[in-house]
Design a protein around this ligand. Sequence first.
Ligand code: GLP
Length: 265
Amino acid sequence: MEIVIKPDYDAMSRCAADFVETSLRRKPDLVIGLATGSTPLGLYRELARRHREEGLSFAHATTFNLDEYIGLPADHPQSYHSFMRESFFRHVDLDASRTHLPDGNAADIAAECAAYEAAIRAAGGIDLQVLGIGNDGHIGFNEPSSSLRSRTRIKTLTEQTVRANARFFGGADKVPHHAITVGVGTIFEARQCLLLASGPDKAAAVAAAVEGPLTAMCPASALQFHDACTLILDETAAVGLKRGRYYRYVYDTKPAWQQWEKPAR
Ligand code: GLP
């Protein structure tokens, strides 16, 4: 795992945008796995700015989102369909026919999950998977105790996740309790993973994911087994790491040929 620690949320977001931009310029038809939540909002804003002001193009890219609530109309303001449209899709030149999210209103959820996996395979697999992390260590909606080999399926949200997401819905009683999520196994097959975390609420989950045991009780710890995983954290999300000094040293002394970040602006 490569651990990058940035001073604050904006620096984390810019650094993540550099990572995505570098990948996209190398492979314009990049297949990108996208995440929701407040963490990647700064990344999406910065990518949209680069599209607008610097000509960064997503015209040949394909996207697959991690998850969607079950039972919310797609046009509900808190559906992940709406979230992605408002925070990213409508600001860039992605081809709408190549943006994908699971359909949380499908009549046959199992068939929808199988079709989503098939669509990812048909696109050639995910090249770069962007991830946030729940404060219980979940990725996508793979809650603790999720099989580390799981595929796209229905999951029941933990009470902790329902509480954490209540702020978007104006109360925990309005948060759906079920979601379709790609599996830990699905995420694991992405050629590269990029996990972002910001804020002190994430510090324990980040420490468990990076320095704790590999365990289904912290699904993000499965990334320890991934051979190309970068975490970009802000200072407050990194405070629980015992080897923070070492990670900074590694990053600061990285050979030039390994660097993907743009020079500081
Ligand atoms: C939800 C999403 C996850 C996200 C997590 C953290 O549970 N399904 O993909 O990582 O929330 O969200 P936030 O970034 O708002 O803390």
